[in-house]
Design a protein around this ligand. Structure first.
Ligand SMILES: [Ca+2]
Ligand SMILES: [Ca+2]
Ligand SMILES: [Zn+2]
Ligand SMILES: [Zn+2]
Length: 518
């Protein structure tokens, strides 16, 4: 449960309710130990269990590192979003009972200054609408991420960007909040950490980093606290150095040069989730996994992306060839919850996050006589497995272990669907979604006719990309029109009530940017 909540394992198998395999558990424990700076025994030894019991931040430790472990340099991680301005405002919206409002305001100001001291950011307190809003809230408090009473999770914060919930910083009101003492939980230490999230940083595994997920105790007198070099590097990657002179205007040249972004933009990620297409997309235990080359993004059933940054394929799924350039299709088997990975003419069967012995096997095992496939999924309405290639599709019966007769059929039986899809899923809402390029098509329930208003943008509806950076949606059927009108301006604006209303309209009940696990 702990390993799942903090992003080290997929959710447990809901069908057979069996435990995760011992091996995948060991791998997950090792990854957790590496992140926590413990010896990588793969065992739940005393030190590991002790670490798991430590109070901590409730955001997950998404495993972003790449390359061989011994060569990897531990460092800060970026959330993938950043404030598009350098003058930020803040306010405290509710206070803990144990500390006076005056002390609290001093400590919060000082915790923000720890970050602004190193960058070109400035923070000013306001009584009006603020970018960063601090609240001491207990139990269920309206954002879908309840706190857990004394101990356990201490706080969480929402990354910059997408909606008005961005920058929201919550501390568990049921902790005994203190300052500069060994008793209770140091509010200054937790605030510096959570503000790091609110500014766009993820968890770091660096020993001295304030962005370590575990509570490290008091930082002493706030006036003398300074960030570790790793944290300074992280925040400067987002907002630039404090002493950096403004860039002089470029000298005019004979040739047109492409415009440069502002200097405080983070370095571009390997793949921009907002403009890429995906190799394979799968519903695995109610979550959607978006695969691209050797990384993947993960979306919970609540429609939260676990992180805006991708995770490394080989750090989560163990047993695929390291040099495999990309996957073609992935699906979870209906009859035994095994997960099938397909690339070229090969497929691998996984139990949880570990490959089974005897793989890869060729596609001909399914009775498929193609060079490769475009996509595969299990249709909820008949529990059959479908394979797609160009303009043909096959239907396979996992229970009988053979292809159904009269297949392949033409993909135009799925009315409105283009040939050569990227992949397809049946999801928890009962609908079927086909993905191709930057667009997707919805087929409601058991229907084989696409809904009006499709295709729509994957980036906009699945990847939490800002509307203004995307091309406008193509003209839509009248019944989608009003939703679209509401969706765009609300996402750009800052009116919380309007935004919430618009999210309700388009059926997204989740909170954007928040990335915790249950
Ligand atoms: Ca707690
Ligand atoms: Ca594909
Ligand atoms: Zn955290
Ligand atoms: Zn909260």
């Amino acid at each position: 449960d702990w390993l799942t909540r903090y992003g080290y394992l997929p959710p447990p198998d809901p069908y057979s309710a069996q435990q995760q395999t011992l091996e995948s558990l060991r791998e997950a424990v090792k990854t957790m130990q590496r992140f926590a700076g413990l010896e990588m025994t793969g065992e739940l030894d005393d030190r590991t269990v002790e670490m798991m019991k430590k109070p901590r931040c409730s955001l997950p430790d998404v495993v972003l590192s790449s390359g061989p472990q011994r060569l990897r340099r531990k460092r800060y991680a970026l959330s993938g979003t950043v404030w598009q301005k350098k003058q930020l405002t803040w306010r405290i919206e509710s206070f803990p009972i144990s500390l006076s409002p005056e002390i609290m305001r001093t400590l919060m100001r000082s915790a923000l200054e720890a970050w602004s001291r190193e960058t070109q950011l400035t923070f000013s307190e306001t009584q009006g609408e603020a970018d960063i809003r601090v609240g001491f809230v207990g139990g269920t408090h309206g954002d879908g991420y309840p706190f857990d009473g004394p101990g356990g999770t201490l706080g969480h914060a929402f990354f910059p960007g997408v909606g008005p919930i961005a920058g929201e910083t919550h501390m568990d009101a049921d902790e005994q909040w203190t300052y500069n003492t060994d008793q209770g939980t140091d509010v200054f230490a937790v605030a510096v950490h959570e503000f790091g999230h609110a500014l766009g940083l993820s968890h770091s595994s660096v020993e001295t980093s304030i962005m370590k997920p575990y509570y490290q105790g008091t930082l002493g007198d706030h006036q003398y606290y300074r960030l570790s070099p790793d944290d300074v590097e992280g925040i400067q990657a987002l907002y630039g150095r404090r002493d950096a002179a403004p860039r002089p205007p470029p000298r005019p040249t004979q040739h047109a040069i492409p415009p440069r972004g502002p200097t405080y933009q983070p370095r571009p990620p390997l793949f921009d989730r907002c403009s890429t297409h995906f190799d394979a997309i799968a519903n695995i235990r109610g979550e959607v996994f978006f695969f691209k080359n050797k990384v993947f993004w993960r979306m919970q059933a609540s429609r939260n992306l676990v992180s805006l940054n991708p995770a490394q394929l080989h750090h989560f799924w163990h047993g695929l060839p390291i040099d495999l350039p990309r996957l073609d299709a992935v699906y979870e088997r209906q009859n035994d919850s095994r997960i099938v990975f397909i690339a070229g003419n090969n497929f691998w069967v996984f139990k949880d996050t570990l490959v089974e012995t005897g793989y890869p096997r060729p596609l001909s095992d399914f009775g498929l006589n193609t060079d490769r496939i475009d996509g595969a999924f299990v249709w909820k309405h008949n529990k059959k497995t479908y394979f797609f290639r160009h303009n043909r599709f096959w239907r396979y019966d996992e229970t009988l272990g053979r292809m159904d007769g009269r297949y392949p059929q033409d993909t135009n039986l799925w009315q409105g669907l283009p040939p050569e899809i990227d992949d397809v899923i049946s999801w928890v809402d009962g609908n079927t979604y086909f993905f191709k390029g930057s667009e997707y098509w919805q087929f409601k329930d058991g229907q084989v006719e696409t809904e009006p208003g499709y295709p729509r943008s994957i980036a906009r509806d699945w990847m939490y990309c800002r509307s203004e950076s995307l091309p406008p949606q193509p003209t839509e059927e009248p019944e989608r029109r009003d939703q679209q009108d509401c969706n765009c301006p609300c996402l750009q604006g800052n009116d919380a009530a309007l935004w919430k209303a618009s999210m309700a309209v388009i059926g997204i009940t989740a909170v954007l940017s928040m990335v915790t696990w249950y």
